[in-house]
Design a protein around this ligand. Structure first.
Ligand code: ZN
Ligand code: ZN
Ligand code: FE
Length: 744
């Protein structure tokens, strides 16, 4: 009997065909295996039992980096017979495309890198079938060397031998190369290349300097994380006074979540600060956590351990995105020269092109499990599967901040790597070009484009431009509805839910600012059923960084008197008197004012009245510090029930004015807010008979609020959907926008 077996998933560039070849030999099956671009096609001749066992072995023993999404088996009636088993060259057929994410260097390659007798000794680009760049060097499918940026480096005879030898661990590894034929590192606008360049960078870092280093998805900026002056210099040059930096550590020290930090994706993982390593206190000020990652390219390993005469090289480096804050990561020499030469003392680059930009992925840990904050390198563009999808293709362009976009075809939703904040025009350009590249790569022709409802988002404009170009429609999706849908999508859940979207800001269907919303989401769309107490957000964009503004609005709302509000603002030292005078004037005259239910701004206001942060230097700073204070001061007070966020704020204000400890107040705020969320969900459950709650929105990046809310929802008998694989913040809304098309 001849069987035709198709294996769908990440089966290209992961050693899948040689694996099938070996397996077929073990089972004494004749036939063939071929790469069809979107799947691997196998023909085998044999008895039913043997073929069944063969298919089971495919499922259970597949190579470590392969991801099997589906296997189909058909019986072919033919007289044709096979005399042996063979691997057939790539052919192109259309279908769902599975592009592998980039993979961190494997243990075997790491060992070879430092083995003097290996011909790839100290080669900064060593890789194999199990590791190395994928998405970032890919031009087109199927994944073959001539369609990657390695096409510029013809293989030497030795590499070619390994590449074509099915028993070699570099068989069919597209980026395979060596010291003789591979790319090269060099100092940008300098003399040194190869080992000399690496030594130069090591010297500069060791002496407190800053280096820009080209990696897999873009440049990093690196300095000694134990050197307070070096870190300070980096902060000043990057105009990033407070926002925590991630670090890369040479050795895996005591670490509670080894498997996440040390897995083949090697994301940045937020770990308890002192558990891992000692760093200068200005690396992550006012934070219990530290973003930690391990070296994931051979070049990183060489930077730490190059055998030269640079002694006592630091074991921990700050490794932050190589960009001007808010702009896209630099990916080539020209961008590095333009953006990084005023920040870095030296730029270490190389001549392998980065075709798709990809920032480091960032994960927090909740309940011992990963909780995605930024999904990019190592994860994008792995698809999310949603069973109840229609057979349409959608491009969803995402939101304005932390932008990512999503291309979907039927039930598979491919999220892009992280693009960034579209407030900068360079990021807008990056979004446009990435969309085009991913459309080419995944071969998806969208039937419709989804975007946010906000009329002034750049992403909305891009959606309209692209829709006009392609002659297709735009569907505008309310921001918080998209958040809830993104949560349902990643949980593959399509029944009605109570959606709790606690977020920064999003454009509401009534033109006001939303962000603390309770909504019913079902097949008909969404209904907003409740929200936090509305307040006046005055002062335009400033009100999202100057938390004292929202605090003054809320105080005025409680006391109802301008003079009294001024007195309280003065006692709490919220801002300079002229400033809050002006702010109150705006409120009284309804000038530059908008009604808001943003939970993010409520956090900012509370952070301000507690004297923790009244003026943020980056989005989310006030809330991050508030959580830090709360975690320093877990309280045991029995809290009375609060029926509105206005009551919660009023009670905190009163206790603050009585001089209560701010750590305790910070904790009680989180606790009261979790209580309020659960109370509100209970009321909705009584009326609507829906007992599943979906939690989404950037505010749930706050793991203290999330854990308190999860615990109480569980105790109240709710089914809960929350994020794990997709960020709760705006980095996830493209997925929800894409899903909205299936719900309309
Ligand atoms: Zn390897
Ligand atoms: Zn070679
Ligand atoms: Fe949002």
């Amino acid at each position: 009997m001849l069987y035709n077996i198709k294996v769908f998933g990440i089966v290209q560039g992961v050693g899948f065909r040689p694996f099938i070849d070996r397996l077929a030999n073990t089972f004494h099956l004749n036939g063939s295996v071929a790469n069809r671009g979107s799947y691997v096609e196998i023909f085998v001749q044999g008895g039913e039992g043997t073929v069944k066992a063969f298919v089971n072995a495919i499922k259970n023993e597949s190579p470590p980096r392969a991801i099997i999404i589906d296997i189909t088996i058909d019986i072919i009636t033919t007289a044709k017979t096979f005399a042996d088993f063979r691997i057939i060259d790539s052919e192109r057929e259309s279908g769902n495309i599975f592009v592998s994410p980039d993979i961190a260097i494997c243990d075997k390659c790491r060992a070879e890198l430092f083995d003097k007798n290996n011909r790839r000794y100290l080669h900064p680009f060593i890789n194999c079938t199990d590791c190395g760049p994928r998405l970032t060097i890919m031009q087109k499918m199927p994944y073959d060397r001539e369609r990657t940026s390695m096409s510029a480096f013809p293989m030497c005879d030795d590499c070619r031998e390994e590449y074509y030898n099915p028993t070699s661990r570099r068989y069919d590894a597209q980026p395979v190369c060596c010291n003789a034929c591979g790319p090269e590192v060099y100092i940008l606008d300098g003399e040194e290349c190869g080992g000399e360049a690496i030594t130069k960078v090591r010297k500069i870092i060791k002496n407190g300097g800053i280096a820009a280093i080209k990696g897999i998805g873009g440049f990093h900026l690196a300095c000694d994380a134990t050197n307070i002056e070096a870190v300070q210099r980096l902060r000043e040059r990057k105009y990033r006074p407070q926002k925590p930096f991630a670090v890369m550590i040479n050795f895996l020290k005591v670490c509670p979540s080894t498997h996440i930090v040390n897995g083949h994706q090697k994301p940045i993982v937020l770990l308890p600060k002192d558990a891992v390593c000692k760093v200068a206190e200005n690396v992550a000020p006012n934070n219990h956590k530290l973003g930690v990652m391990l070296p994931y390219t051979p070049l990183h390993l060489l930077i730490f351990d190059y055998p030269d005469n640079v002694a006592d090289f630091p074991e921990v480096l700050v490794m932050t995105s190589g960009n001007i804050s808010g702009t896209p990561l630099a990916t080539n020499d020209e961008e590095a020269r333009r953006d990084l030469s005023t920040i870095a003392d030296v730029i270490l680059t190389h001549n392998r092109d980065i075709l798709i930009r990809s920032d480091d992925t960032v994960m927090d840990i909740v309940d011992g499990k990963p909780y995605m904050i930024r999904r990019s390198r190592g994860y994008a563009p792995l698809p999310i599967h949603f069973s109840a999808a229609k057979s349409i293709s959608v491009l969803a362009v995402g939101g304005e901040l932390k932008n990512t976009f999503c291309l979907s075809k039927g039930d598979l939703f491919y999220m892009s790597p992280y693009i960034g904040d579209l407030t900068d025009l360079r990021t807008v350009e990056a979004l446009k070009s990435s969309v085009k590249r991913m459309i080419d790569l995944l071969e998806i022709n969208p039937d419709v484009i989804a975007c946010d409802l906000h009329p002034r988002y750049h992403s909305t404009q891009i959606a309209e431009e692209l829709a006009a170009e392609m002659g297709i429609h735009v569907l505008k999706v309310q921001h918080h509805y998209a958040h809830i849908l993104s949560c349902m999508a990643e949980n593959d859940f399509s029944d009605p839910v109570i959606g709790v979207a606690f977020d920064g800001t999003g454009y509401g269907t009534d033109g006001t600012v939303w962000g603390g919303e309770f909504m019913i989401v079902d097949a008909q769309g969404f209904r907003r059923v409740d929200s936090i107490t509305p307040f006046i957000q005055a002062g335009g964009d400033k009100s999202s960084v100057e938390g004292w503004r929202n605090a003054v609005s809320m105080i005025f709302d409680i006391v109802g008197d301008v003079e009294e509000t001024k007195k309280i603002a003065a006692r709490l030292n919220l801002a300079d008197e002229r400033k809050y005078g002006g702010h109150l004037y705006m409120i009284q005259n309804n000038f530059n004012c908008v009604t808001s239910t943003s939970a993010g701004r409520l956090f900012d206001a509370v952070s301000a009245i507690l004297g923790i942060c009244s003026h943020a230097t980056f989005e989310g700073e006030a809330a991050m510090k508030l959580q830090y204070y709360a975690e320093c001061g877990i309280s045991s007070t029995e809290l009375r029930a609060n029926f509105s966020t206005k009551e919660i704020f009023a009670s905190l204000l009163e206790r603050r004015l009585h001089g209560e400890d701010v750590h305790r107040l910070a904790f009680d705020f989180h606790s009261a807010l979790a209580g309020y969320i659960v109370d509100t969900c209970q009321k909705i459950r009584e009326r609507q008979k829906i007992s599943t709650v979906a939690l989404s929105g950037g505010v749930f990046q706050n793991t203290l609020l999330l854990t308190l809310t999860l615990d109480r929802l569980k105790a109240a008998g709710f089914e809960i959907l929350h994020h794990k694989k997709i960020p709760p913040n705006d980095g996830g809304i493209a997925l929800g926008q894409g899903l909205a098309v299936h719900f309309s």
